[in-house]
Design a protein around this ligand. Structure first.
Ligand SMILES: Cc1cc2nc3c(=O)[nH]c(=O)nc-3n(C[C@H](O)[C@H](O)[C@H](O)COP(=O)(O)OP(=O)(O)OC[C@H]3O[C@@H](n4cnc5c(N)ncnc54)[C@H](O)[C@@H]3O)c2cc1C
Length: 457
């Protein structure tokens, strides 16, 4: 066999890359291809923050390939058409691709298989490239997937993972297969000013430093909003600049309570992927309907706008929303609280919140975002679907001295706790001096509305 093509998608790395290894084992030359898929733009999924991170990743992947004697080929257009065209130009006999879970990814894989087969080219799809344990690998006796995390995690923890692969020494790429210019972050507008840098090199540097000096404090500190001690590896996992298999192996080698807690979070990622693989419709429809008649963009316009802008009058909610717009990333505790506030306290359709997150999050991911939103809205896999997070209680637990709120809300920067979490309690000149809104709704009104809605037969 002479030439194989490797189609990179959400696996933008050279270390631990089974499709690349298989292609190099089977062929003399390899075409590493990335297609800027027009269907992703049409679906409104190409948010500026993720396009910028992607641009970094593609440049870094190209640099890594060049160090190994190769280069990255980038094309834009309809993915199937572009892959077939490059395969024909390079006279490739096979294409290697990582399996993925969304409905879009699976439709794309099927159309690609049919189109390539009609040209006499074989498509090889590799599992466990974008997950540690692949969807469908674990299932209870009575169903095609786990609907509850705890038993899933029991099985996941005992599953045998494949050994991580090293990066190849050389990647010989045939001459004469042209590439478009690589996209660059500097050409993009509308980015969050504090957006993180992408690329495999950056991801590996972050992960190494996390293992050295971060993971040890994770168990105790992961909910401390101001401490900000979580790994921030989510965009690297989303774009696949880091491999989940490698992360689990290397974190287990470090050991300890922090390592165990971190590995458990990686299992949540696989958990949501196996739910989405089995129920692709859960990206937009309730996984377990509660027959909600949600408030909508029309009926709750002002409150939704206040939530998006970080002007609800609840400082912890607003601080987290401002972090989202500034960094394109939000702490998990902030995501839980802001989602609960929108879906439960304001009783607004979870899809409106999920869309806003996807418009900004650099790690915005169909499986993780939509299924976490459903978990919080009580239409997903949470076993306590009607729990409502109270922003004041959450603030006292997870931002006790108010440092996180002061960091993100300059208008409250001179207030100490507890006033910083309940500015509506200030009176007279103290209150008049603040350019900060009154709460959009009282917590008791929000709670009563939600309970009435969920009690309805
Ligand atoms: C409403 C809502 C929306 C979310 N949307 C996304 C999203 O679009 N993309 C995304 O990657 N995560 C999402 N999460 C999950 C979680 O908040 C982020 O993965 C995490 O905050 C990323 O920060 P980190 O890398 O420092 O996480 P760490 O705490 O360091 O965790 C390590 C990794 O484990 C995975 N992980 C952690 N928590 C979860 C979880 N609850 N579900 C699935 N995987 C998890 C992530 O890949 C993360 O990078 C969402 C959570 C909520 C409540």
């Amino acid at each position: 066999m002479n030439v194989s093509l490797v189609l990179f998608t959400a696996d933008l790395r050279l270390h631990d890359h089974p499709p690349l290894r298989a292609a190099l084992d089977g062929a003399r030359q390899v075409v590493p291809l990335f297609v800027r898929d027009r269907a992703v733009d049409r679906a409104g999924f190409a948010a500026p923050n993720r396009r910028a991170f992607l641009a970094d990743c593609l440049r870094d992947l190209d640099a890594g390939l060049r160090e190994r004697g190769g280069r990255l080929v980038v094309r834009s257009g309809e993915l199937v058409e572009q892959v077939c065209r490059v395969a024909a130009e390079a006279e490739a006999d096979e294409v290697h691709l990582a399996a993925d879970v969304s409905a879009h990814a699976r439709r794309r894989e099927e159309s690609l298989r049919r189109a390539l087969e009609s040209e006499g080219v074989r498509l090889h799809v590799h599992d466990e490239v974008t997950t540690a344990v692949g969807p469908g690998t674990l299932a209870p006796a009575s169903s095609d997937h786990f609907a509850v995390f705890t038993p899933y995690f029991g099985h996941w923890s005992r599953a045998r993972l494949r050994e991580p692969l090293g990066a190849p020494r050389t990647v010989p790429v045939p001459e004469g297969v042209g590439s478009e210019e690589l996209p660059a972050r500097k050409d993009l507008a509308g980015l969050s000013p504090g957006l993180a840098a992408g690329g495999e090199e950056e991801g590996r540097r972050r992960f190494a430093s996390w293992l050295r000096s971060g993971v040890g404090t994770y168990e105790d500190g992961h909910d401390d909003l101001a401490g900000d001690v979580t790994s921030r590896l989510s965009p690297h996992l989303h774009f696949g600049t880091l491999s989940a298999v490698e992360l689990v192996h290397r974190t287990r080698q470090v050991g300890g309570l922090g390592a165990e807690a971190f590995v458990r979070q990686l299992a949540w990622r696989d958990f949501h992927r196996q739910v989405l693989a089995a129920r692709p419709g859960a990206a937009s429809a309730d996984y377990r309907t509660k027959h909600d008649r949600w408030r909508s963009e029309r009926t709750a316009h002002a409150e939704i706008e206040a939530w998006r802008a970080g002007r609800t009058g609840y400082p912890l909610v607003d601080a987290a929303m401002r972090q989202l717009s500034h960094e394109g990333w939000m702490h998990n505790r902030g995501r839980l609280l802001t989602a609960s506030f929108l879906a439960k306290t304001l009783y607004v359709d979870w899809r409106i919140g999920a869309r806003h997150f996807l418009d900004l999050l650099v790690d915005g991911d169909v499986a993780n975002n939509q299924l976490n939103w459903q978990w919080v809205a009580g239409t997903g896999t949470d076993s306590r679907p009607n729990r409502v997070l109270n922003p004041v209680t959450q603030a006292k637990r997870f931002d006790p001295d108010g440092a996180y709120v002061r960091r993100w809300l300059p208008e409250l920067a001179d207030l100490a706790a507890p006033a910083v979490h309940e500015p509506w309690k200030l009176t007279g000149l103290d209150r008049a001096a603040l350019d900060y809104p009154e709460p959009v709704v009282t917590l008791s009104e929000g709670l009563a509305r939600f309970r009435r809605a969920r009690e309805r037969p």
